[in-house]
Design a protein around this ligand. Structure first.
Ligand code: FAD
Length: 406
């Protein structure tokens, strides 16, 4: 046992690296326990402009820029030969006009290395197995690379374990979501037929009556991430016979015909199903959750990493205040703020699958002001209450969809 660290962060993904950095900036010592050895593969490759604010403020940006990731300036939605482009330079909120499309193995390693340079004690191959919390002292048990069982004491625990969902599982916090069970099948391809005309931004094609969609996310090294999202039975069908249907769909990618062929896959298609999940509570005595460990809705708007870094930052900020002895309101200053942002994306996710957004994106009557306001939500600026498409997210989309199809 030792008592060297103020905070233990579980997981070194984007949420963990950002949380650790923010805490260290506020003068706290941080131990990060990461189950795997980085670089490691994880899906979630298209970032949103909002996450640049956090990367910039905490000093991650120079290292990210050095990686020469693919610059992303917007998103293109495609349906039945119609295209709808959102460019981040044409948005309502005064935010970043670009971000990146990244191989997460490289991106997450870059963030983790910066966190180490900033002073984090990051231990790879360290799997957290148990956590005991109390008002003042927490004990985090883990198995290290050598297979030894160890326990660290600390003043606070931040769970940034993503799909691992360590504390939601240990503390029985998980609750199911009401959306239909969905899944995804994906791979990377050699994108040798890419042309500048085809664009370098994420391309999303909606099909099967809005129950399914496919993505193309070009990287700067000439490869591209491709994937299909749909209800679980459909994803299982795409996966059968060594991914035969997936390969066929990618080969005939609507809107990008002829660009990808069977032989271009850089690894066998991978599948992930039933990823949408939520939690009863976002914090408790001695611990707080951030990133995917809280709630993951759906990948349609590439919001995962952005929510991970924003919640990692906000979680660390409130923990820092608490450890400094300040009076904090966990709900008002963290839980409610996070839920509010997630709820904005929830309206857009629901609107995507029920066809409301399709009516706006592909309708005849396009309004530039409305497009700019929606563009800011798609850029991640979900806490900008001056934007009516944030403030009135529950009602605006239906109203505008009605007008767009009149
Ligand atoms: C099909 C699909 C497509 C997606 N596309 C996008 C996209 O384009 N853009 C986007 O922003 N997001 C996307 N996402 C979401 C994205 O994958 C996640 O939101 C993001 O990775 C969350 O980051 P995180 O830091 O919370 O968790 P993670 O990145 O999952 O990191 C958590 C870390 O915790 C570690 N860990 C787990 N268990 C333990 C343990 N017991 N002990 C110690 N460490 C542990 C893991 O090894 C991992 O490294 C997509 C998701 C899916 C399912």
């Amino acid at each position: 046992m030792n008592n060297e660290f103020d905070v233990v962060v579980i997981g070194a993904g984007p949420a963990g690296a950002i949380a650790a950095s923010k805490l260290m900036k506020d003068g706290f010592s941080v131990k990060i326990l990461e189950k795997l050895q980085f670089p490691r593969f994880v899906i979630g490759e298209s970032l949103l402009p909002l996450c640049m604010d956090y990367l910039d403020e905490l000093g991650f940006l120079p290292a990210v820029v050095d990686q020469q990731f693919q610059v992303k300036t917007g998103v293109c939605f495609y349906h039945e030969h119609k295209k709808c482009d959102f460019l981040f330079e044409n948005q309502y909120t005064k935010g970043w006009t670009y971000t990146y499309q990244v191989k997460r193995a490289d991106f997450d390693l870059t963030l983790a290395n910066v966190a180490i340079e900033q002073g984090a004690d990051l231990e790879y191959n360290a799997t957290v197995t148990a956590v005991k919390t109390s008002a003042t002292k927490q004990a985090v048990s883990y198995t290290n690379e050598a297979g030894e069982a160890l326990t660290i004491d600390c003043r606070f625990v931040i769970d940034a374990s993503g799909y691992g969902r360590v504390l939601p599982q240990l503390f029985d916090l998980e609750v199911p979501v009401s959306t239909p069970p969905r899944g995804a099948i994906f791979a990377h391809v050699d994108d040798t037929k890419r042309t500048d005309k085809a664009g370098r931004n994420i391309f999303v094609h909606a099909f099967n009556n809005n129950t399914a969609w496919m993505w193309s996310i070009p990287f700067s090294d000439g490869s591209t991430s491709v994937g299909i999202v749909g209800e679980v039975p459909y994803i299982e069908e795409c996966d059968e016979n060594n991914g035969a249907k997936f390969r066929e769909m990618i080969e005939n990618f609507p809107g990008l015909e002829g660009r990808y062929t069977n032989n271009d896959l850089k690894f066998e298609p991978r599948k992930i199903v039933n990823y949408a999940v939520s939690v009863k509570q976002l914090y408790g005595e001695g611990y707080i959750l951030c990133g995917n460990s809280t709630e993951f809705l759906d990948p349609i708007f590439s919001s995962g990493v952005t929510l991970a870094v924003s919640s990692g930052y906000k979680a660390a900020a409130i923990v820092a205040d608490h450890l400094k002895g300040k009076e904090v309101d966990w709900d008002a200053d963290y839980g409610d703020v996070l839920k509010k942002g997630i709820d904005v994306f929830r309206s857009y996710v629901l609107g995507w699958y029920d066809g409301t957004l399709g009516k706006i994106f592909f309708g005849e009557n396009q309004n530039e002001t409305i497009k700019q306001q929606i563009c800011s939500v798609l850029a991640g600026y979900i806490w900008d209450d001056s934007n009516p498409f944030v403030r009135k997210h529950k009602t605006m989309l239906k109203t505008v969809a009605h007008v767009a199809t009149m």
